[in-house]
Ligand binder design. Structure first.
Ligand code: SAH
Length: 456
């Protein structure tokens, strides 16, 4: 039985009244929910149906019959073809309003928490904010192509500039593309799993303008590597270093575990909050340097340290948050799963002459229960997990440890809501919810939450 009023390929007319958590417009066609990417609340559109599920359909925008007041003309020529900016057609203020609503809705629907969410902290200039680009390399008709994948495919669409990137990242990618072409270095082919260069990763410091370049290759031997380094050093004046990362596995993971330094240093140095951080290729660094400072300042405010506290910085990456808090704490213990990030974190303590921090390599959910069992606890805990949120074992341990303050930094409102539901049912109360716009023009939302333990 087909109960939906739409079918694949059908052209429908509908009014968009809201956006979902992927930034797609939501409309109803004869009462049936239809998602249309690239639309705004208040739009009247025609769209062709791409797929039909039980409770909703997805459709491709065909034409805008009446444009919403929220719309602006997207400045990027790739907008629409590139899936990177889901919200570029919305005025920036609208984007911020939407993100605030998305957080409130997730907390309400998934955690039953009716909370006042603070207005999103946005950017004064929300362009060219990314310090990092990861770009696939391919070839088409004998030419090297770098760009982005066409939606729902691995066909690379050529792109010379991305308005979200630091200009030095754009320049570095172009320079690599030209050098690969000039030296006829083999390009990776995903289908046959042959060829060599598969991805370019670049990271640029906003304080020094230096760039760390990483070439991910399907194999160790890189022909013409000396010549390649020479060409890139000439065309890119401000290189921190060039790293070859060897990744011979099939699949979407960009970086492998083995690296070879081709020139310079194997890490980039960046300044945040007056501290210097070195970050190597596989260590996490918030992609929006300016907003990382806004985020960390909020974490510091929420931590309200007096100098007497032990702080746990869980999922600590290169130690950024813990080191940032260390001057106001008695002691900071960072826990991080990736060993190169832990190495960076320890080096970062040294670079900044910080002696009251300790960084441990482990899964937080494995180590923190052991620390607690050993009588080791913290008065303030910061958790900053990846999108999937915290492991249940870690949450259970935190409710047993009962830190005075618990600060949750989240990049996914859905898993944040799931974890807050548990924490608020087990002795913590949410004090404040503050989204920070780390990813303007995309549907991604970053949130900092202050919780405190409820006294029994
Ligand atoms: N707080 C840091 C990093 C946050 S990103 C910053 O602001 O820069 C999340 C980090 O968690 C990554 O570095 C990732 O390697 C690490 N991670 C992922 N799963 C983990 C786990 N189970 N235990 C500890 N660290 C983990």
């Amino acid at each position: 039985m087909n109960s939906s009023p739409v079918s694949r390929g059908q052209l429908i007319e509908l009014n968009i009244y809201d956006l979902n958590n992927k930034g797609e417009g939501v409309g109803r066609y004869h009462g049936f929910t239809v998602f249309v990417p690239g639309t705004a609340a208040g739009d009247q559109v025609t769209a062709s149906v791409l797929s039909v599920q039980k409770t909703y359909a997805r459709a491709l925008l065909h034409s805008v019959l009446h444009a919403s007041d929220c719309r602006v003309t997207p400045p990027c020529v790739h907008h629409g073809a590139c899936g990177g900016c889901q919200l570029q057609h919305l005025a920036y203020n609208e984007q911020l309003g939407l993100k605030r609503r998305l957080v409130a809705t997730a907390l309400q629907r998934l955690a039953g928490l009716d909370l006042a969410v603070q207005p999103v902290l946005g950017m004064a200039d929300p362009w060219r904010y990314r310090n990092k680009a990861q770009i696939p390399v391919g070839s088409a008709n004998g030419a090297v192509v770098t760009g982005f994948y066409a939606p729902r495919s691995h066909r690379i669409i050529s792109m010379d500039s991305c308005l979200l990137q630091h200009p030095a990242n754009d320049r570095a990618i172009l320079a690599v593309r030209e050098a690969l072409q000039a030296l006829a270095i083999p390009i990776y082919d995903e289908t046959s799993h042959t060829g060599l260069v598969r991805h370019i990763m670049v990271r640029t410091s906003f304080t020094t303008g230096k760039t760390l370049l990483v070439l991910a290759t399907n194999g160790r031997q890189l022909p013409e590597s000396k010549q390649l380094v020479k060409m890139l050093s000439v065309s890119l004046g401000n290189l921190a270093g060039i790293v070859q990362n060897i990744n011979t596995r099939r699949g979407n993971v960009i970086l492998g575990n083995e690296e070879q330094l081709l020139c310079g240093l194997p890490y980039l140095e960046e300044k945040l909050g007056g501290l210097t951080f070195r970050v190597s290729s596989r260590s996490f660094l918030q992609v929006n340097t300016l907003q990382a400072e806004v985020l960390y300042a909020k974490v510091r405010e929420y931590a309200a340290l007096t100098g007497r506290e032990t702080v746990f910085d869980l999922y600590c990456g290169a130690g950024t948050i813990g080191l940032y808090l260390s001057r106001q704490a008695k002691k900071v213990v960072g826990v991080e799963a990736i060993s190169s990030a832990v190495t960076d974190a320890r080096a970062n303590a040294q670079i900044n002459n910080i002696a009251n921090t300790e960084f441990l390599q482990a899964q937080a959910e494995e180590l923190v229960p052991k620390l607690l069992a050993g009588g080791y606890r913290a008065g303030v805990v910061v958790i900053d997990p990846p999108r999937k949120g915290c492991d249940a074992k870690l949450l259970a341990t935190l409710t047993e440890m009962r830190p005075r303050r618990l600060i949750y930094v989240s990049c996914d409102p859905a898993t944040l809501a799931r974890d807050l539901r548990y924490l608020t049912n087990h002795g913590f109360a949410v004090r404040e919810v503050q989204p920070v716009d780390m990813f303007p023009h995309t549907s991604h939302v970053e949130t900092v939450v202050l919780m405190s333990r409820v006294e029994k």
